[in-house]
Ligand binder design. Structure first.
Ligand code: SF4
Length: 461
């Protein structure tokens, strides 16, 4: 039993106001002698609970009264005049996430090894983080205060895990009663207030697939355009998440789902002018199916959820190939069929190295790199890395850990190794298993780089 399943969702008990974490020199805040550790309590008489409140209460205001509790315990009232666009020069403490009160069958927290970092067990369910970072909430325990906040501060869009519009199925998946599972009124209220919704379905074979999925897509499509898109991503099982009620996602299941949803997408595009319901990249890759075109994804509304990442990567790769071709032409390296390949950097040793990535994406990337090698005479190979940390059917690059890369070290060839940047925490170079990037780098026989696509492209180019 997970601890949050038996507790109501609570906002962490914390001190009033929001703490300043940094003051930039030469700014209004520095002039006012604000310091790290001071707390902003009110702006123009309105309570400040976090930096979103501060942002909201100060937006567009040129005359401000700010109540501050200094770290020394003194209370200051500051009267400020500023230009509308003038920045205060303040950074604030991070938002402490509100926790969920669900007991989802497939909760990722249950899929972690016990030794995983404590932060991987945080079951956040927070409309603020949904707005700021695209985190999904289920809305099952959203409070009246939070509803008011989303609408008043226009925290749009919101990312909502719907999973199924059939209430019995939704309640079963979330591990809550039907009353709590029913969010139809809440969704309607948010939409009436002009809040856009991006929905998510975690697709679990034999639970919310087939007719349940069809109904979910159709019910949500009826709420378009306020419900802007639906991301359908496959259940991911690790060796620790082995609930017998869950059925693994197989290539055959992926093929059936693609067939079912492709037909609906054609109809949706004709009716709504948008694909609307998107299948996760993982579903296409597992099925061995071609990834849809750029047009299919429109503005890539849920790319962070693995919807269109491969298409976006492939398109960027084609741009890289065109650049390489241009360089080759400029250097007289255009190669008629059958002609000898010469390296791009003539006179220098050709690029020789290894890109390490997840087993799902590796075959796609290998094909791209073979074309690239063929074009410029490099020898960059792609080595798939098995996810031993989570095990199960986890095969995406973003969940690979330091230990997994270390275990794949013997497959590295050439003068460098590249791993996907997405496997490393964005604000701190650390992997999901707690290994630090610099520690991994010390263990590699060649320079090891963690690159996103742009970094990879400029390295190769
Ligand atoms: S999957 Fe999300 S909503 Fe469900 S129990 Fe886990 S953290 Fe809560």
């Amino acid at each position: 039993m997970y601890e949050f399943a038996v507790t109501p969702a609570v906002t962490q008990i914390r001190r009033r106001g929001v703490e300043i974490s940094e003051v930039s020199p030469g700014t209004i805040a520095a002039e006012l002698e604000l310091e790290r550790g001071d707390r902003v309590m009110r702006v123009n008489g309105r309570v400040v609970r976090d930096y979103l409140d501060f942002r909201f209460h100060t937006a567009g205001e040129t005359d401000l009264t700010i109540d501050v509790r200094k770290h020394t315990g003194e209370d200051w009232e500051l009267n400020i005049e500023r230009e509308e666009s003038e920045d205060f020069g303040l950074l604030f403490e991070q938002i402490v996430p509100r926790q969920c009160a669900n007991e989802c069958l497939f909760c990722f927290c249950k899929g972690n090894p016990e030794t995983a970092r404590p932060s991987l067990f945080v079951r956040d369910e927070d409309v603020r983080l949904s707005f700021l970072y695209g985190n999904y909430t289920t809305l099952t325990s959203i409070t009246e205060d939070e509803m008011k906040r989303v609408t008043e501060q226009r925290l749009t869009p919101q990312y909502v895990s719907v999973h199924a519009t059939d209430l019995d199925v939704r309640a079963y998946l979330l591990g809550v009663d039907k009353k709590r599972a029913d969010i139809s009124d809440k969704l309607q209220r948010l939409m009436d207030a002009g809040i856009d919704i991006h929905a998510q379905v975690v697709l679990c074979p034999k639970i919310n697939d087939g007719e349940i999925l069809r109904r979910t897509i159709n019910d949500l499509a009826a709420l378009h355009p306020r419900v802007t898109s639906v991301a359908i991503v496959p259940l991911g099982l690790t060796r620790y998440l082995n609930d017998p009620r869950l059925t693994p996602v197989t290539p055959e299941f992926c093929r059936e789902t693609i067939q079912q949803v492709s037909e609906m997408q054609r109809d949706l595009r004709a009716r709504l002018g948008a694909t609307f319901a998107f299948l996760g990249d993982e579903i296409y890759l597992k099925a061995g199916h071609e990834i849809p075109s750029r047009k299919h994804y429109g503005e890539y509304p849920q790319i962070e959820d693995g919807i269109g990442m491969v298409r976006s990567f492939a398109n960027e790769f084609e741009k890289l190939m065109r650049t390489v071709s241009m360089c080759s032409l400029e250097r007289g390296l255009a190669r008629p069929a059958g002609a000898q390949v010469r390296p791009l950097n003539e006179g220098k040793a050709p690029l020789r190295g290894t890109i390490l990535t997840g087993t799902l994406f590796a075959p796609v990337l290998r094909e791209m790199m073979e074309r690239f090698n063929d074009r410029i005479g490099s020898e960059v190979i792609v080595a798939p890395v098995v996810n031993d940390y989570f095990g199960g059917d986890v095969s995406v690059a973003g969940l690979l850990t330091g230990g997994d890369f270390l275990a794949a070290r013997e497959n590295v060839r050439g003068d460098f190794a590249i791993i996907p940047r997405v496997a490393v925490k964005s604000d701190d170079p650390i992997f999901l298993d707690g290994m630090r990037l610099d520690d991994l780098q010390k263990e590699f026989p060649v320079p090891l780089h963690a690159f996103d696509f742009d970094q990879l492209a400029s390295f190769l180019n």
